[in-house]
Design a binder for this molecule. Structure first.
Ligand code: FDA
Length: 497
């Protein structure tokens, strides 16, 4: 790696980066991908690549000495425990007012997410990406993204009888009894594999509660889809445990990229430089934004405009649980892959997924992650004295999300005669309002970049990940991130190469 020159360098191996790498390689361009996380292709001492959700170990967290589980408590008891500091798979990155969960490793967020693959309703798209032609997206790029990701939907007949989806059927019953539209949510999990897990003929993954720290079987992460195809072209190489620290114009044209190679303890073992004709920022909303505000402030990329760092949102994420009556048991066996949603976006600004609580015991709890129409937007800035990027999100900014979620769950509680759980996020705390799984924005399309992700001020630099999307997608974001990347890279290949 050190000292080499490449035509195209991609920073990050999540959705945006994987789409860019595949399409550039298919167009005949050699691509090098740099990824700060691990490769996740080698089993640990237990024979498994990924740790189970219920027993986090050193593989589970990015450079922490104590876990930071999204559901921090159960029956009031704190769940977090000590783990060895290691370049694990899930980063719980803490800013002043919010913890932002992100995947780390080759495959980015696809390694740790629920695989819920949702295309926004077309009538909502204008508010998601106002400058993008919806006809093109729904005619060409959303279908291309869904095909590339391997999106599929649960067999509705199997859903009705599967023990592992009792929690989702209870969620549906309560939604429908309160008059809310219930929808099946597509996913990238292989549903035929899950049927075999349920039948006892395949090694359990979703049915063993695997999700947050990776799935050992069944889920099609980017490693099985876009990245596999990219590698098969023979034009794409990937360097894991390589963290980009700087990008600056090179004397002879193109850009010099500075990289720290790290070990699994997070220590730098080598500093390297590469030169690239074109650089694609695909480090995720947070990773790309942090890099760009630093590079602008330190003078490495002085011509980036004032929009860089702005327009960041949390996709309105907020969590809550409800305590059911004894006759509405949600099941001790719960598939970790959610498949049910409650759509109250039009009336209440909330789309809630009926989420699993795979504890292995009967909890009588219904658990939900809501995506809401939250108007607040935060900004990343570079704190030179501290040498780090900061985000000015305020915890109180979650209130509109709580209000939106309440349009669903207050009504269901009233109808069912039930109450909120108060033991999942602390002691007597109803709302999980301290976190997001869906960071979006920071280098917004048409503001920090042109309408195809070309960064203003520095030709040959592109943003191609969730940083382009201005803070909300009305549903889970990765299909939109992938579809937008497909649209932009097609234009860039045709016009710039
Ligand atoms: P993404 O974050 O995927 O990839 C960026 C990559 O860049 C990472 O691998 C990172 O390590 C790397 N990187 C960062 N900085 C770097 C640097 N300086 N140098 C080198 N590499 C660097 N979405 C959805 O649609 N459905 C769902 O069900 C879920 N569920 C879900 C659960 C959980 C727990 C999480 C954390 C997230 C989700 N998501 C989700 C969100 C989804 O995973 C997320 O929106 C996408 O992964 C974002 O894709 P990007 O391409 O923007 O970046």
């Amino acid at each position: 790696v050190d000292g080499t020159r490449v035509p195209a360098l991609v920073i990050g191996t999540g959705y945006g980066g994987s789409v860019a790498a595949l399409r550039l390689a298919e167009a005949g361009v050699d691509v090098h991908m740099l990824e700060m996380g691990m490769a996740w292709d080698t089993p640990g001492p237990d024979g498994k690549i990924f740790a189970n959700t219920t027993s986090p170990d050193l593989r589970s967290y990015w450079l922490r000495t104590k876990t930071k589980q999204p559901l921090s408590n159960f029956l009031g008891f704190p769940l977090d425990k000590a783990v060895p500091r290691h370049t694990g798979i899930l980063d719980a990155e803490e800013f002043g007012g919010i913890t932002v969960y992100q995947g780390r490793g080759v495959g980015g967020g696809s390694l740790v997410n629920g695989g819920m693959a949702v295309t926004p309703k077309r009538e909502n798209f204008g508010a998601v990406l106002p400058s993008v032609d919806a006809d093109e997206m729904y005619g060409t790029y959303y279908p291309r993204a869904n095909a590339g990701l391997g999106v599929n939907t649960i067999d509705p007949a199997w859903f009705e009888t599967a023990e592992c989806y009792q929690y989702a059927r209870v969620g549906r019953k309560h939604a429908e009894r309160s008059g809310f539209p219930f929808v099946f949510v597509p996913d990238v999990y292989d549903w035929d594999y899950m049927k075999r897990e349920a039948a006892g003929t395949a090694t359990k993954s979703a049915l063993a509660g695997e999700i947050l720290y990776g799935n050992n079987h069944g889920k099609k992460s980017l490693q099985q889809t876009y990245l596999a195809r990219a590698r098969a072209t023979g034009r794409v190489t990937v360097s894991p445990l390589h963290k980009v620290t700087s990008v600056t114009p090179a004397a002879g044209g193109g850009y010099t990229v500075t990289v720290d190679q790290i070990d699994t303890g997070g220590e730098t073992v080598a500093s390297k430089t590469m030169t690239a004709d074109r650089v694609f920022f695909a480090a995720g909303s947070v990773g790309t934004s942090k890099l760009l505000v630093k590079l602008r402030a330190t003078g490495a990329l002085p011509h980036l405009n004032g929009e860089v760092g702005k327009g960041w949102g949390d996709n309105g994420n907020v969590m809550c649980g409800r305590a059911n009556h004894m006759w509405d048991a949600t099941g001790s066996l719960q598939s970790s892959i959610p498949t049910a949603g409650i759509d109250n976006w039009a009336a209440g600004g909330a789309f809630a997924e009926v989420a699993p609580l795979p504890t292995g015991i009967e909890t009588y709890a219904s658990f939900y992650l809501s995506i809401t129409k939250n108007p607040h937007r935060a900004e990343f800035t570079w704190n030179a004295a501290a040498g780090r990027a900061e985000l000015n999100w305020q915890t109180a900014w979650k209130q509109p999300s709580i209000d939106a979620a309440k349009t669903i769950f207050d009504k269901i509680n009233a109808k069912e005669g039930t109450i909120y759980r108060t033991d999942l996020f602390g002691v007597y705390k109803i709302w999980g309002d301290h976190l997001t799984y869906h960071p979006l924005g920071g280098a917004v399309l048409g503001r920090a970049t042109d309408n195809y992700g070309r960064l203003h001020g520095h030709p040959g630099l592109y943003v191609i990940d969730g940083a382009l999307i201005p803070g909300n997608t009305s549903v889970n974001p990765f299909v939109t991130i992938t579809a937008l990347a497909e649209r932009n890279i097609e234009k860039i290949i045709a016009a710039d190469l």
